[in-house]
Design a protein around this ligand. Structure first.
Ligand code: OAD
Length: 261
């Protein structure tokens, strides 16, 4: 294949007993979702500290929920890309295959990937910020999106509801929040541990669609964590480029479907 010379990579893939893949928002750009730091990226147009931090949530939970409601809608309105499907197809062929993703959009699962480690949480669930109980995120959104409680009315959220309680209040006294890892928070320990194990076992690692700027996720692709042959697939150079064994400067969908064929 012209851009990627996949034969060598395909041979490595066929020979590898264990494969680990690290993905970032670039793979979902193929589905039409924005990345974080690229042109039109979420962190270029929104204030991280207001929308993705425990402090921001404490200050204005409605603003945070409004933003996640929009993103949830955006996720539901797109389909997995050929690159997502290709990774699911690869998993079906390789006995030890782990997909560690920084994405919270569920597109890997929707494409059929099974062994998915969602490092930064998932936009499918809400959790109580005090006791950690979980419930479907859509239930919280539905409770918020009633005639009584409207996401566009910032004054209403904490004071309302027929029984005088906010739909965001959990009975333990905590508040429902999206099950997303926010800035300043630790990644879920069991997920991170499984990702480090997979990186340590891997003979081949693919790093797809991430700037590599966010730790500890990015460290999975470094020689500190893996002895694998590491291949980056990204149309742009990143901070990881100098540290990987091979960098393929192309879009995920230009490479992965070909590789999975
Ligand atoms: P970034 O926005 O930092 O990086 C996206 C990367 O995708 C860039 O390197 C692009 O060049 C690349 N890219 C764009 N289109 C692509 C394509 N079609 N194929 C392959 N690559 C493409 O996003 P992430 O690296 O995902 O964390 O950001 C990591 C974390 O930062 C996110 O999980 C999020 C954010 O803060 C949390 O919210 C906790």
């Amino acid at each position: 294949m012209p851009v990627t010379e996949p034969d060598d990579l395909r041979a490595r893939l066929d020979a590898a007993r264990s494969v680990c893949v690290l993905t970032g928002s670039g793979i979902s750009a193929e589905s039409g979702l924005p990345t974080f730091r690229g042109v039109g990226g979420l962190w270029r147009t929104h204030r991280v500290e207001e929308l993705a931090s425990p402090q921001g949530f404490a200050r204005d939970p409605l603003l945070v929920w409004s933003w996640y409601a929009e993103r949830r809608k955006a996720h539901a309105s797109v389909e997995p890309s050929p690159a997502h499907f290709a990774l699911a197809a690869l998993e079906a062929r390789i006995a030890d295959f782990t997909l560690a993703t920084q994405n919270v959009d569920s597109l890997h699962l929707r494409a059929g990937s099974r062994n998915v480690l969602e490092l930064h949480g998932k936009m499918r669930e809400a959790k109580c910020n005090r006791c950690d109980e979980r419930r479907p995120l859509d239930d919280v959104l539905a409770a918020l999106d009633t005639p009584d409680v409207t996401l566009s009315d910032p004054n209403v959220i904490l004071s309302l509801s027929k029984d005088g309680r906010s739909p965001l209040l959990h009975h333990c006294g905590g508040m429902w929040r999206p099950d997303i890892v926010w800035f300043g928070e630790a990644l879920p320990a069991h997920v991170l541990e499984a990702a480090f194990d997979a990186a340590a076992r891997a003979e081949l690692m693919l790093v797809v669609g991430t700037s590599g700027l966010v730790q500890p996720a990015a460290s999975l692709a470094t020689k500190r964590c893996t002895r694998a042959y590491v291949v980056e697939i990204n149309p742009e150079e990143t901070v990881l480029t100098a540290h990987v064994d091979r960098s393929i400067r192309a879009r995920a969908s230009d490479v992965l479907p070909e590789l999975a064929r």
